[in-house]
Design a protein around this ligand. Structure first.
Ligand code: ADP
Ligand code: 5GP
Length: 203
């Protein structure tokens, strides 16, 4: 496997999707890991594009089958990253981008170690986060309240990440994200370093 993993985490409404889409042209080709979830689709979300939307029972079948690299319960729903497409993309040498929560970041880092570069993204303040969630108007008031409550815990995990992006303006935040993504591609894992040493010594 000679690809690399970039984990992007941050509270719901931090701007993860916006920033990835905006940086699209600046980060070359990459594989975006489409998660599986038991959360119902929001208006406009498409199965197989935004998420794989499955039932609780289907998700638990996949857990039993060992299909997930990681999974977690977030805001009362299951979310998980399927192992096989990620391994295939890494084998092809691709940069794999994950939009997962702070629990997922811990699990991926524990399993994938030096393949991982991570960034935590947040709006400048909690009240700005709340305003953006209301302005997005994809979730009802009680769902937004739960996400804001959850954000108060998530921010405390910020020091576990390699980089922090304060999403004040989309332009600046997406440029910072592109810089991090391009650096993640250049990061060498132990396997690549070992190969380099052998090649260097033999030539
Ligand atoms: P996430 O994917 O992290 O849940 P989104 O990308 O859906 O977050 O962004 C949440 C909302 O905030 C969206 O309505 C988006 O248009 C808006 N948004 C994102 N970045 C900014 C920004 N820098 N300034 C103002 N609004 C933003
Ligand atoms: P949303 O419901 O707003 O799309 O996502 C809610 C939260 O779940 C976000 O913090 C998002 O990063 C996280 N999430 C999405 N997919 C996964 C996943 O596969 N694993 C984990 N652990 N978290 C995920």
């Amino acid at each position: 496997m000679n690809g690399a993993i970039l984990v992007l985490s941050g509270p719901s409404g931090a701007g993860k999707s916006t920033i990835i889409n905006h940086a699209n042209d600046k980060i070359g080709s990459y594989y975006f890991s489409i998660s599986t979830t038991t959360r119902p689709p929001r208006e406009g979300e498409v199965h197989g594009v935004d998420y794989y939307f499955v039932s609780h029972a289907e998700f638990e079948e996949d857990i039993k089958a060992g299909a997930f690299l990681e999974y977690a319960t977030v805001h009362g729903n299951y979310y998980g990253t399927s192992l096989k497409p990620v391994n295939d993309a890494l084998d092809e040498g691709k940069l794999v981008i994950f939009d997962i929560d702070v629990q997922g970041h811990r699990l991926v880092r524990a399993k994938m170690g030096d393949y991982v570069t991570s960034a935590f993204i947040t709006p400048p303040t909690l009240s700005e986060l709340e305003s953006r969630l209301y302005a997005r108007s994809t979730d009802k008031g009680d769902v937004i309240k739960k996400r804001v409550e959850n954000a108060k815990d998530e921010i405390r995990a910020i020091s576990e990440f390699d980089f922090v992006i304060i999403n004040d303006t989309v332009e600046t935040a997406s440029n910072q994200f592109a810089t991090i993504a391009n650096a993640a591609r250049l990061k060498q894992n132990q396997e690549e370093l070992d190969n380099l040493i052998h090649h260097w010594l033999d030539n």
